[in-house]
Design a protein around this ligand. Structure first.
Ligand SMILES: *[C@@H]1O[C@H](CO)[C@@H](O)[C@H](O)[C@H]1NC(C)=O
Ligand SMILES: *[C@@H]1O[C@H](CO)[C@@H](O)[C@H](O)[C@H]1NC(C)=O
Length: 451
């Protein structure tokens, strides 16, 4: 009975919605309040009525994007970890506006109309690591704003009309502390004219309060003790042109951005990263070390021809790796050992060379039968062109000794010590080793045991 009544009420509220129109927060709060007065089960979902609440990997999300909101509602659940408020109508971030969300880890406020942040707007957010304020109307803010955010590692400020005058001095100094590597990387001055287009992180702080009558260089402001920290050398600063999405999953979309390197300032809590259609040639060690939550990495359609050992270090949870349409010839020994949970590996459209260097890949795949892979076809040498690489390796092992013949094919990849280079066949997990995979262990290889 009660359930029915609740449902009816909900229906009524729903149908009344369009007429109520996208008003202010007050209307929403009223509605939320009324609903809350009803039954207890499911209250959670209804009191946030228009926001969507969900769990992902044990963390609670409240998705309130695109809802014409001007404020945060008091009846939203307090135990959320991620609050998505992109594309609303918020204008001012008031003191303690978010302080009830004590467990908040990320707060997405991009694409609102925020032109002012009060100094204690973020107080209470001691767990917050990610704050997105890009695409707003902010002109100035002090470092006080960031003080409660002890754990902040990722702050986006770009596409705000920053006024690079004395009042911005303390914030700029904070951003320029070298250890704050992902704070405000792409924020730029909009005024004064002389500084327009300059990056906040690269401004000469001295100049901000020069010739400016309101000299208020706060004593604590100069985090570096008045010294300008050395300019941070940021390589391509590519993420300024990439899009970050927090919904449905944190995604960095850097596809087709003319990158020739992995951006040096990758945010830490991404789940998906799309770097496809760029001109990246070389993956160096540990470039993804901080992206430890990454599940999908798309590097397809680059110019990759070299992947260093430890390039994938840290990608413990990576499930899908797309390396298709590159210039890969083989995988260097050990490259794949960091990928404990890989499920899908796309390898098509690479000029795989079927000589002994490719054996590591086959060996690894054999020991990771859960990995579904595609596109492993020999393109060189001519005699094996079009063969599946597994077939080539089988032949190689079956017709052993063949080293001389294979070694004789000059691919420029042979390297020294080619006589003993059988498939690397250490039994890692059981006795069901196929006979043709011989147990010769080349001296120069070190077998890393998987845990
Ligand atoms: C990677 O990107 C390419 C091109 O942008 C796309 O076609 C492909 O489906 C993507 N791969 C995955 C696994 O999402
Ligand atoms: C492969 O990559 C090249 C650029 O490296 C691109 O022009 C082409 O469209 C890509 N092909 C596919 C099938 O994605």
């Amino acid at each position: 009975m009660r359930l029915l009544a609740t449902l009816l009420l909900l229906l009524l509220l729903r149908s009344a919605e369009p007429r109520r129109g996208p008003r202010s927060g007050a209307a929403e709060r009223g509605a939320g309040g009324r609903v809350r007065g009803r039954g207890r089960a499911g209250v959670m979902r209804r009191q946030t009525q228009e926001c969507k609440e969900y769990m992902e990997a044990g963390e609670k999300y409240l998705d309130c994007q695109d809802r014409q909101l001007t404020n945060v509602m008091q009846d939203w659940p307090k135990d959320i970890h991620h609050l998505l408020l992109a594309r609303n109508k918020i204008q001012v971030l008031r003191d303690n506006m978010f302080s009830q969300f004590t467990q908040l880890k990320s707060l997405d406020l991009q694409q609102n109309d925020i032109s002012m942040v009060e100094n204690r707007a973020f107080s209470g957010l001691s767990q917050l690591t990610t704050l997105l304020l890009q695409h707003n109307g902010l002109k100035t803010a002090g470092e006080e704003v960031l003080l409660p955010l002890r754990r902040l590692t990722y702050l986006r400020l770009y596409d705000n009309p920053w006024s690079c005058r004395c009042s911005l001095d303390s914030l700029v100094r904070t951003l320029q502390v070298p250890s704050n590597r992902n704070l405000g990387n792409y924020g730029k001055c909009a005024e004064p004219l002389s500084l327009r287009g300059q990056k906040l992180r690269k401004l000469s702080v001295e100049s901000l309060c020069e010739g400016n009558n309101q000299v208020d260089t706060s004593p604590g402001g100069g985090v570096g003790g008045g010294q300008i920290p050395p300019p941070i050398k940021v390589k391509p600063e590519a993420t300024s042109t990439c899009h970050t999405y927090m919904f449905p999953k944190p995604l960095l979309d850097c596809s087709n951005k003319d990158l020739n390197n992995i951006p040096s300032d990758l945010p830490a809590d991404l789940v998906k990263m799309d770097l496809s259609r760029n001109t990246i040639k070389h993956l160096r060690p540990k470039q993804f070390l901080l992206s430890k939550d990454l599940k999908l990495l798309n590097l397809s359609s680059n110019s990759l021809h070299r992947i260093d050992t430890a390039a994938f270090a840290g990608l413990l949870y990576l499930r899908e790796l797309d390396l298709s349409n590159n210039s890969l010839h083989y995988f260097q020994y050990g490259v794949l050992e960091d990928l404990y949970f890989l499920r899908k590996l796309s390898l098509e459209n690479n000029p795989w060379i079927c000589d002994y260097n490719i054996h590591y890949l086959i060996y690894w795949l054999k020991h990771h039968p859960g990995v579904f892979y595609t596109g492993l076809i020999c393109s060189e040498p001519r005699e094996f062109r079009g063969w599946r690489v597994e077939e080539y390796v089988k032949t190689y092992n079956g017709e052993c000794p063949k080293d001389r013949q294979i070694g004789g094919v000059d691919t420029g990849q042979g390297g020294p010590g080619g006589t003993d280079n059988e498939a690397v066949g250490e039994t890692v997990e059981g006795q069901d080793e196929p006979q043709h995979l011989k147990e010769n262990k080349p001296k120069k290889f070190e077998i890393i045991r998987l845990r």
